[in-house]
Each structure stands twice: as structure tokens, then as C-alpha cells.
Design a binder for this molecule. Structure first.
Ligand SMILES: Cc1cc2nc3c(=O)[nH]c(=O)nc-3n(C[C@H](O)[C@H](O)[C@H](O)COP(=O)(O)OP(=O)(O)OC[C@H]3O[C@@H](n4cnc5c(N)ncnc54)[C@H](O)[C@@H]3O)c2cc1C
Length: 740
């Protein structure tokens, strides 16, 4: 038996900045035995700063100038923790995060960038749009464009006269003039002279370009307050604006002050010539957040980019216990500053030039850099190695295999078993004389996400679904977990994270974790045996119970199987993964309550066998057929595009058996692969009396479910259940009645 390599060291990267994307790619190309890589990232789509003004000007779309850290982390074999670091405890070697339990490290690297200083100017944070964090800026810029489309006149103020501010003012002006013509007035306000770190020729050139473009420059004017629609300057000047962009000097994250690391006066992490903190030999830093004490440089992406290769090399050396090498930044970088109109200015020392050819050069350099981190080599299995197997519910044993095994076993029931394997449902019902009946269910699967805390949340959510699908409430849970071999403190950390995630969900559901079992295993895996009871006076929901004409409601969109399968191959776009995670984290409690209140006739949860497989179970138990409306079935963002690329989960081929219930036309419908897509923590599928369906749907949506009315139950026509597909089948429903 092949033994997995034990995890001996945790290398944690905080922030997906320009240097860290190189570290990730480097470790993906050449992993280090026994080293586990973790990326903590606030924004999963990290922008390339050089192309940001080009995006503002409308020359690039969002995807062209952002790196998908999810795909890159998967390629690197790194765990991705979607969270914001807010502290470092060096004595316990953990990073504190906003939402996760503390994350342990043996070596730590910081590349979290900087943000324009706004905390010392009252009103700036409320009334101006900070250019960083860029994820927020992107959303607010889109809103600004929408406003510009509606207004007759737009006054834009840009605060900050460095390269970033000037470039942004020109890019924004270019875009807004394209949209609104002369109705746009742009004012650039700066505390010092324009572009103070550049030579006089560059300053003169930009003064000329800005004047030519009709941009007003207010230099040597310090903004001391921002009121709603007015900049107030120290010299008494008041500058009215409709929108203001804040691009002042770079500032460091305030929480660094509590880390005990040596910082510069401005709060940046001091580093030596090897990119390491002089305070702590296990902490490295690069990019804007770091200042090399012996060779300080201005905060610019070009230095962060250049620090990528030496940072990766020195992290490897530190992990291997080898001496580090010096990585002194170049004295002067070539700055190519775009002017928004597909021209650029080149600045280096005393040199200055301007022209369209410089924009082409900048565009070529920037696209080439992006290409390295967007176009990742395909991950092929080694000869003799299994192709990637899915986790979550896509790792279930195929329905047919399970059915045959149970058929052969024919386990005997006893007087306690009210619902057992003879008429299987989502949970078994056990009765004891003189006590209320208990529902019992168990789920267990390998991790489908690399973050153990997130995995714990999803696994618990999934396990509870079987109880909710029966119209009951969970009382207790027992956990079972396997963890790959690692140093005891690493095993402890991972087990804690997994169970903390689970506990957060179980607590929310009112279910007590009462015990469990853990063991070393090849992979991270987690499951729960959950016990529940029906609320007093409530009727249990079964898979049987559908009646002719009942409406079918699905409470969550389909697609987690294909998205996670694509994610495992580093092929899933970040937005699709985010959407799938959000769906898997959504609890079913409120949905179950709503379905029961609207007198659901039957219910199940959609898991490994996909919508069609689980619908077939309901139809089999209820002796019904069904018609589905392909246009009404909700689907996660990106799932259809991934199935169109031919990506499927490991369970897909086995689930194909359910296609036997569809006619030929339905089988070739573009949605068909998603009907058998295995869902983890999927939605509830319920039958409702037709007159209650719309009211129930409206309530489910009020609760935040992306629920849909997807079809109807029909009278059984043959000996086996059949499913038709008919556009509009879900629409022709009777009017709702008021819920009682
Ligand atoms: C408008 C504008 C234009 C610019 N144009 C250029 C240019 O053309 N050329 C140039 O060289 N420089 C340019 N710069 C400067 C450039 O943006 C920065 O120098 C560069 O982005 C720094 O890179 P970095 O790797 O340090 O961090 P960043 O690129 O800022 O990346 C930091 C990453 O860390 C994440 N993060 C932040 N905090 C946390 C946290 N607490 N926990 C987890 N993750 C976190 C962020 O989400 C982000 O993904 C420009 C700046 C601006 C504002």
C-alpha cells in the first residue's frame, strides 16, 4: 500500500498579491515534500494593478486584469482560506482571521499590499471611493458608471497626485467622456506637486496632458475633510463633487502594529535583504506591505512582481533549513503610466517619453505577466495514477451498486424499526415503547474543499438535510473523521478547524455534538450520524406521498458536482466556486419549515444521485410520473458552461442510469447533465398541492432560497416511473391561496 507523505511543515501565505502569485505557481510546478501550502486571501480574484487603470478606461474586461486565486491555489496544491487576516500571534505561531479559527504556520509570508491612507481625513471613508480594496472599488466604479449614464453632468474629484492618481484621473475621464461627452468635469487634487517622485520633464508632460484633456489640477492643497459632495482643503478651498476617488499615499494595515514585528515609521513591515523580518526568522514579507530597511523603494507593483522569484526561492531555502540569499531591488524601475487613451508615458530617472507605442509596450508586458498566472499547465495524472476523484457527495457509491448490495444482504428489521431498509427514506425511524420515535441518518465523505473549517460547515449542513427532508428537527450528532498523516500539532489544528466549522452549523441548528470517532486516513474526510425527532403534532414527510397534479419545488440551484469537479482540475472560475460554496452553506431548516407549513405531500433532499435520481426515488415510492420544465430548473452560475465543456463529476457515469426515465429529446437537452449532477448539501425537493405552490415559493425566496417551481407530478402511465421535459410545464399553475 502506498503511504502518503506526512505533512511536516505549514507554509502560510497571507494575501494573494503580486509576489505570492509567483510563489504559488512555483510550488505548483515544483512541490516540496512534506510542506503544506496555505493561502489566506480576502479577495479570490486579485487584480493586477498595472491593468487596473486600463479596466477603468474600458480597454480590458474584469477577467483580463484579475487572477483567479482559486484556480492558482488548486494548481499549487495549496489550501485556500477565503478570509481576511487580522492578526499574527507569533508565540503560538497562528494567524487570526475575521471568520476562521486561528490558522497555524511554521513559516509565514505576507503580501497583502497597501491601501490609500484615509483614516486621518474625516469623511473620506464615507464620502469618497477608495481605490483599495480593489474588489470594493470595482463594484463602486460600476455604480459610478451607472450614475454617469443617468445624469446630465458629473463632477469627479480624484484625490492623490502620484502615478496612481494621475493615471486613474486620466483613465476615468477617458471612459466618462466616451459615455457622457462634455458633461464630465474632472478635478485632480494633490497635497504636493504633481508626481513628486518623478523628474521635472515627466511633471511638465503630465501637466500638459491633463490640461489638454480638460482636467483641472489643484496642487499643493491638502484635503482635511470630506463632506457629502464637498472636499474641504486646509487653505479654505471647497471643491464640490458628485463622486470622489481616493488615491492618496499607501498605508499599511493597522493590525500589523500588534504583531510585535519591527515596522517602519509608516507602519510597513521591515524586512532584511533576504525578504525576512529581522524580528522573526520565520516571517517573510514582500510587495507594498514590506519595506527593505537598507534599500527602501516607492510602493509600486513592479517591485512586488520582481520579489516573487527570490521570495519563492528563499521560502524553499528556509523550509529546507538552508542559508538564504539576498534579493536587493533595482534602484529605479521603468514606470509606464497610461493616459487612458491608449497612450502611455515612460519614466525612469531623468528619462521621459510619451506615445501610443509605449501603451502597446505596456499592454504587451502586462498581458504577458497575466498570461503566466491565468494559463496554467493542465494537471495530468502521473502514469498509473488515478484521474482526479471528486469529494463531497460526488464520492458516493453508485445507486445501482448500493441497491444490489442491500438486495443481497436483506438485513432483517425488528420491532423498533418503523422506517428501515425495506422502504428506505432519507432517515430511518426507530420507535421505542413509551418514547417519541427517533429519526436516524448518517453521511460521510471526503473533503470537497481544501479549507477544513469550511468543509466542516458543509459536511454538517449536508448531514442535517436528511432530517429536515423528513420534516423533523435534529437533536444530536456523532462525528466521524479521518485525517491524513501529519505532525500531531497539524492533525490537532485540522481536526479542530473541521469540527469547529461543524459545531458552528450544529449549534445554529440546535443539534448537540455528543461524540464521535477519529482516525488517520489517506484523506481528510468527515461525516455525521444525526438523530432527530418530528416536532410534536407534525407529520413526517416521506418520499412517497406525491399526488397527481402536485407541484414540484426545488429549494436550491443545481451544479455543485460539476463545479467542484472543475475546481479539482483548476478549471472552475472563482465566481462559480463562490456561488457553489454559498449554496452548500445555506441551511435547509427554514426551507423545511416553510414546505411543511404549506402542506408538502412528499420531500427528499437532492444529493449524490442528482435531481433526477432522487426524483425517481420519489416517483417510485409514490407510483407517479413527472413533467419537468427545463427553463424553470435553477442552476448555479457557471455550471452550464462547465457541463458544455464536457466536465463531469466522478459519479456522472453511474448516475447516467437515471436517464432511462427520460425520453430521447430530454436526454439530449443541454440541461440534462445537470439533472444527474451529484449535489453536496443540495436543495430539498418537495411536492406541494398546486394551490399552495406559488405562495410557498414566494416565502422560500423571502428566506433567501433560490427556489423554483420546476414541474408537476403526473399519473403513472406505465410500470416504471417516467419523466417528461416540457417548457412551460411549471408555469401553468393555479393561483395561490393564502397560507394558513
Ligand atoms: C490606480 C492605481 C494604479 C497603479 N498602477 C500601477 C502600475 O501601473 N505599475 C505599478 O508598478 N504599480 C501600480 N500601482 C501600485 C500597485 O497597485 C501596488 O504597488 C501593488 O498592487 C502592490 O502589490 P502587492 O503584491 O504588494 O499587493 P496587492 O496587489 O495590493 O495585493 C494584495 C492582496 O492581498 C489581499 N489582502 C489584503 N489584505 C489582506 C488580509 N488582511 N488578509 C488576506 N488577504 C489580504 C488583497 O485582497 C490582495 O489580493 C497602482 C496603484 C493604483 C492605486
Amino acid at each position: 500500500m502506498q503511504q502518503p507523505v506526512a505533512i511536516a511543515q505549514d507554509l502560510v501565505l497571507v494575501g494573494g498579491g503580486h509576489a505570492h502569485v509567483h510563489v504559488l505557481k512555483s510550488f505548483g510546478m515544483r512541490p516540496m515534500r512534506g510542506v503544506r501550502l496555505t493561502l489566506i486571501a480576502r479577495d479570490v480574484e486579485t487584480p493586477y494593478s498595472g491593468m487596473l487603470p486600463g479596466w477603468v478606461a474600458g480597454h480590458y474586461d474584469f477577467d483580463e486584469c484579475h487572477i483567479d486565486l482559486g484556480r492558482l491555489a488548486r494548481f499549487a496544491g495549496a489550501r485556500l482560506i477565503r478570509d481576511e487576516a487580522i492578526g499574527i500571534d507569533r508565540s503560538h505561531r497562528v494567524v487570526s482571521c475575521r471568520a476562521h479559527p486561528p490558522i497555524r504556520w511554521d513559516f509565514l509570508s505576507l503580501d497583502i499590499g497597501s491601501a490609500p491612507r484615509a483614516d486621518d481625513v474625516p469623511g473620506a471613508a464615507e464620502h469618497a471611493i477608495s481605490v483599495k480594496p480593489i474588489a470594493q472599488f470595482a463594484a463602486r466604479w460600476e455604480a459610478l458608471l451607472a450614475r454617469a449614464r443617468r445624469t446630465a453632468r458629473l463632477r469627479l474629484a480624484v484625490i492623490g497626485g502620484g502615478a496612481g492618481g494621475v493615471e486613474l484621473a486620466l483613465s476615468a475621464q477617458y471612459r466618462l467622456v466616451q459615455m457622457c461627452g462634455s458633461a464630465v468635469e474632472v478635478t485632480l487634487v494633490t497635497r504636493d506637486a504633481l508626481l513628486p517622485s518623478h523628474n521635472t520633464r515627466i511633471r511638465n508632460l503630465f501637466e500638459h496632458i491633463l490640461a489638454e484633456r480638460g482636467i483641472t489640477i489643484v496642487s499643493r492643497s491638502l484635503v482635511v475633510r470630506v463632506d457629502n459632495g464637498v472636499l474641504v482643503c486646509a487653505d479654505g478651498r471647497r471643491i464640490p463633487f458628485d463622486e470622489a476617488l481616493w488615491v492618496t499615499e499607501a498605508a499599511a494595515a493597522p493590525w500589523l502594529a500588534n504583531t510585535g514585528l519591527v515596522l517602519t515609521d509608516a507602519g510597513f513591515v521591515a524586512i532584511d535583504e533576504t525578504l525576512r523580518s529581522p524580528t522573526d526568522a520565520r516571517i517573510f514579507a514582500a510587495g507594498d506591505i514590506a519595506t527593505m530597511l537598507a534599500h527602501p523603494r516607492e510602493k509600486a507593483g513592479v517591485y512586488a512582481v520582481r520579489q516573487g522569484p527570490p521570495l519563492a526561492a528563499n521560502l524553499r531555502r528556509a523550509l529546507a533549513g538552508e542559508p538564504l540569499r539576498r534579493a536587493i531591488p533595482q534602484r529605479r524601475g521603468l514606470a509606464l503610466i497610461g493616459t487612458g487613451d491608449k497612450h502611455a508615458v515612460a519614466s525612469r530617472g531623468p528619462f521621459a517619453a510619451h506615445g501610443a507605442y509605449l501603451w502597446q509596450l505596456k499592454d504587451w508586458i502586462d498581458r504577458r505577466w497575466m498570461w503566466r498566472y491565468r494559463e496554467l499547465p493542465q494537471m495530468q495524472p502521473e502514469p498509473g495514477e488515478e484521474p482526479m476523484r471528486c469529494g463531497g457527495c460526488a464520492a458516493k457509491v453508485p445507486a445501482a451498486v448500493l441497491g444490489r448490495v442491500i438486495e443481497r444482504l436483506r438485513p432483517a428489521g425488528n420491532e423498533a424499526v418503523a422506517i428501515g431498509l425495506d422502504r428506505p427514506d432519507d432517515a430511518a425511524l426507530i420507535t421505542f415503547p413509551g418514547a417519541p420515535p427517533l429519526l436516524q441518518t448518517v453521511d460521510f465523505f471526503r473533503a470537497m474543499v481544501s479549507d477544513p473549517y469550511l468543509f466542516g460547515q458543509i459536511a454538517a449542513n449536508h448531514a442535517l438535510n436528511d432530517i429536515y427532508a423528513m420534516g423533523a428537527l435534529p437533536d444530536t450528532a456523532l462525528a466521524i473523521a479521518t485525517l491524513p498523516p501529519a505532525r500531531p500539532e497539524i492533525v490537532e489544528h485540522d481536526l479542530y478547524h473541521m469540527l469547529k466549522g461543524a459545531l458552528d452549523v450544529l449549534d445554529g441548528a440546535g443539534a448537540a455534538l455528543v461524540g464521535g470517532h477519529s482516525a488517520e486516513g489517506a484523506e481528510l474526510a468527515l461525516g455525521f450520524a444525526v438523530t432527530g425527532r418530528a416536532p410534536s403534532g407534525a407529520r413526517l414527510l416521506r418520499k412517497s406521498g406525491l399526488r397527481t397534479g402536485d407541484c414540484l419545488i426545488l429549494t436550491k440551484p443545481l451544479g455543485t458536482g460539476v463545479i467542484l469537479a472543475a475546481e479539482g482540475r483548476a478549471l472552475a472560475p472563482a465566481k462559480a466556486v463562490e456561488d457553489a460554496i454559498a449554496a452548500m452553506l445555506q441551511p435547509a431548516a427554514a426551507a423545511a419549515e416553510c414546505l411543511a407549513a404549506h402542506r408538502a405531500t412528499a420531500c427528499t433532499d437532492v444529493t449524490g444521485f442528482g435531481l433526477l435520481g432522487h426524483l425517481m426515488e420519489m416517483l417510485g415510492a409514490s407510483e407517479m410520473d413527472a413533467v419537468l420544465d427545463p427553463n424553470a430548473i435553477p442552476v448555479l452560475n457557471g455550471a452550464l458552461a462547465l457541463t458544455a465543456q464536457g466536465i463531469t463529476s466522478s459519479l456522472h457515469t453511474d448516475n447516467l442510469a437515471a436517464f432511462g426515465a427520460l425520453d430521447d429529446a430530454a436526454q439530449s437537452h443541454p440541461l440534462a447533465p445537470l439533472l444527474i449532477d451529484p449535489q453536496t448539501a443540495g436543495g430539498l425537493l418537495a411536492g406541494l398541492p398546486a394551490e399552495r405552490a406559488r405562495c410557498c415559493l414566494a416565502e422560500l425566496r423571502d428566506h433567501g432560497y433560490r427556489a423554483a417551481l420546476i414541474g408537476r407530478a403526473e399519473r403513472r402511465a406505465g410500470t416504471r416511473p417516467r419523466v417528461r421535459m416540457a417548457a412551460g410545464a411549471a408555469a401553468a399553475q393555479p393561483e395561490p391561496v393564502v397560507a394558513s
